[in-house]
Ligand binder design. Sequence first.
Ligand SMILES: NC(=O)c1ccc[n+]([C@@H]2O[C@H](COP(=O)([O-])OP(=O)(O)OC[C@H]3O[C@@H](n4cnc5c(N)ncnc54)[C@H](O)[C@@H]3O)[C@@H](O)[C@H]2O)c1
Length: 357
Amino acid sequence: MEKLRVRLGVNSYDIHIGPNLLAQTGRILKETGFSDKLVIVTDTKVGSLYGNTLKQGLFSNGFDVLTIEIPEGEEQKSLETAGRLYQQLTDFYAERTTPILALGGGVIGDLAGFVAATYMRGVPLIQIPTTLLAQGDSSIGGKVAVNHGLLKNKIGAFHQPRLTISDITTLKTLSPRELSDGLAEIIKHGVILDGEFFSYLEENIDKIRSFDDQVLERVVSRSAEIKAGVVEKDELDLGLRNILNYGHTVGHAIESVSELKVWHGEAVALGMLVEARISNRLGIMENNEVDRLKKLITRAGLPTEIPGLQVERLIQAMKHDKKILQGRIRFVLPRSIGNVFISDEVSQSVIEESLTG
Ligand SMILES: NC(=O)c1ccc[n+]([C@@H]2O[C@H](COP(=O)([O-])OP(=O)(O)OC[C@H]3O[C@@H](n4cnc5c(N)ncnc54)[C@H](O)[C@@H]3O)[C@@H](O)[C@H]2O)c1
């Protein structure tokens, strides 16, 4: 088992990463100082797979538990669902000290995190991520949000978890498409900051896809460490943290225009490739580096061509993005694998050409 510390002053917290941690969560929470009642928020699929294991450990450590199960899917990241959760918390007499445990993927983490950030002006949040995307990325850093219609993460907050517990064993029940989807943000961490990690992913991609425990633990740990390192330097997303948006300017647009048929990680993979091609067209990223990225994305089981490409709608969607600054579309562009910069000076024709290939 590995333990990472995210150092954010009074908001500092630990991330536990390892196999079979769900059953130990009750003990870990008790050691962290929690007692009495708590609320698990999960989706129906994760709840049926892992709810009991988690609850048994909580009961045997004396916790009074309310479990709230919501349907699966990105559509649940909405103010409507948040409203129903507030009501259930109220009915349970949840107090300002009652922690919310987000058991599930990034959707549950973002939604339950948003509810934790806003219910009674904030209650403790414990992230228990069960997808690769959530373990290696979304459960770290405190960004929580719901969507506004098709506009991703429009309504949100910063609310750091008090603890994150990543049980690697839970990854084994992901479908191949779900595992691949989670790999996109992990590859992204290699491209933005760590060329060596990118090479490790190249060498071990087949082991990752066959759920090798040791490799998965290393991948989740390093990915979490890279993200935590950025968040520690820029908790509130005022500068450096922008580099985590690599692949997202185009990716979020693809997600919106596809009406969420393209999943988040798939859209980010497509976005990373388009943004690498933009850099290449600007004469910065070399052909062989773009090829390396495309090859790893392909070997990770992720798409490299935008389905039903609609250039105008994608550009329109990019203009609605949160990353817009004074009306200009802002991109994180790779110079090479492991090194990125930010630019808002990309012409529309370069964007259009790079979307198509
Ligand atoms: N807050 C952040 O910093 C941040 C960063 C990146 C992405 N996100 C958000 O994360 C979300 C995507 O997260 P996701 O990809 O984890 O999707 P998800 O939460 O929808 O999970 C995908 C599917 O996998 C199922 N699942 C989860 N764990 C499982 C397991 N162990 N075994 C079997 N099935 C399992 C879920 O029921 C769901 O059907 C998006 O909403 C995105 O915006 C947030």
